[in-house]
Design a protein around this ligand. Structure first.
Ligand code: CMC
Length: 385
């Protein structure tokens, strides 16, 4: 029964919570019919062109842009929070080198709680400090896990660098070019926040029990991992790698569609037109593909997009943020299995921001299920079964 029904009197089943509004938020606005995304009222394209990841964190957590002094002191705080306790570095080294980076991220986000004396302080001030630590430390932990699995020495974050600069410097053991750092920073901006998506909602369900922010962020990482959500960027790259050549794109995609398979990086629960993040990323992917000699990869992606438009565009299925992220990250020289961890570190401000916002007027998340099984079933003794 749905609320539209005349005899509607109460709870109804809404699979996937597609039409359920869970709470108010002032962090971001999405218009899925017009392809609009705003962080605190500012268009995502404008932010990608002009802002930084650090500034977007401030914006999302304070609902206003910082002035120059505020940005300088916020950035300083974020940089100071990057330092990784020795015990946490030891935990990175203790992870099996062959584990998947997303499993490592989940463990390392959770492990940060052991090194935070404020872990169970649920005050807004303490939560904001923890939000800062989670956002500052997680990228360095991911990059250091990558070094660990490759048998390289771990590197402490440099408190004079940006989040993007630190991540790339630790990952590659050398400072990125300015263009690479800026390109990566834009990717972080585009992924920072997106309403009540599955991972954010999962983190909010955790915090609604008055658990702690580390537990909420850990829940979010586990939820992001799936290929219907953040895992899609990795799945897109795997698909591109599977297609032998440009001439094979059409038969490959058509065969997949005929088999009723999903094409990763397409479709969105909310956007029924082009995802505005994908609009930006497509242009960026084209530029960086040219600069790095990966034109073929971009051309293949574009061909997939054209075939998908013809086949399912009318159903409102278009590229989402994950589709051109794959080409972009590949061109930035990032390993395929780091794509989803990068999504995780970028989405951290959104996750923790929503948890803190929800706690201002908390109500335990506790939906119901519609029981469709039998009633009054007799208990049969085990000897008679
Ligand atoms: N390829 C082919 N057909 C698709 C796709 C796709 N990627 N996505 C949806 N459809 C079809 C689906 O088969 C169905 O067709 P029909 O009505 O004929 O049965 C119709 O579109 C509606 O699909 P749905 O599953 O009811 O739609 P949804 O809102 O539940 O799905 C989605 C949203 C993201 C799960 C889905 O589009 C999908 O599986 N996409 C591929 C995975 C992906 O790229 N995920 C990343 C999402 S964006 C980043 C993020 O938030 O993580």
């Amino acid at each position: 029964m749905s609320p539209a029904s005349e005899s509607f009197t109460g709870p109804f089943v809404d699979k996937g919570l597609a039409n359920v509004v869970v709470a108010d938020s002032v962090m971001s606005f999405i218009d899925g019919e017009k392809g609009v995304l705003e962080y605190v009222g500012i268009d995502i394209d404008t932010l990608a062109r002009n802002s930084t990841f650090e500034e977007c964190c401030f914006l999302l957590w304070n609902q206003c842009l910082p002035n120059a002094d505020e940005l300088a002191s916020f950035t300083k705080e974020l940089q100071a929070a990057m330092a990784i306790p020795d015990g946490l570095m030891d935990m990175v080294k203790a992870l099996p080198a062959d584990t998947s980076p997303m499993h490592a991220v989940r463990t390392l986000v959770s492990a940060q709680a052991h090194f935070d004396t404020e872990c169970d302080d649920g005050s807004p001030e303490a939560n904001l400090r923890k939000a800062l630590r989670l956002t500052a430390r997680t990228p360095s932990l991911i990059a250091n896990f990558d070094r660990h699995r490759k048998g390289l020495e771990l590197i402490a974050p440099d408190p004079s660098k940006t989040v993007a600069g630190n991540f790339l410097s630790i990952l590659n053991g050398k400072a990125p070019t300015e263009a690479m750092e800026r390109g990566f920073d834009i990717c972080l901006i585009l992924h920072a926040e997106h309403g009540f998506n599955a991972s954010t909602f999962a983190s909010m369900a955790t915090i609604s029990t008055l658990s702690d922010l580390y537990s909420a962020a850990t829940t979010a990482v586990g939820t992001l991992k799936g290929p219907l959500h953040g895992g899609a960027n990795e799945a897109v790259m795997k698909m591109l790698n599977e297609i032998p050549g440009e001439e094979d794109v059409e038969p490959f995609i058509k065969a997949r569609l005929a088999a009723k398979d999903r094409i990763m990086g397409f479709g969105h629960r909310v956007y029924k037109v082009y995802d505005p993040r994908a609009t930006y990323l497509k242009t960026y992917a084209e530029d960086i593909a040219k600069d790095t000699g990966n034109d073929r990869l971009f051309r293949m992606s574009k061909k997939i997009e054209d075939i998908m438009f013809e086949a399912v565009g009318a159903k409102g299925i278009h590229p989402n943020v994950d589709f051109y992220s794959a080409t972009t990250y590949h061109c930035l020289g990032l390993d395929l299995d780091l794509f989803t961890p990068i999504f995780a570190m970028a989405r951290m401000p959104g996750w923790v921001g929503h948890c803190i916002e929800y706690l201002q007027d908390n109500k335990l998340m506790r939906p119901r299920c519609e029981y469709v099984g039998p009633h009054g079933v007799p208990y049969t003794d085990i000897s008679d079964r």
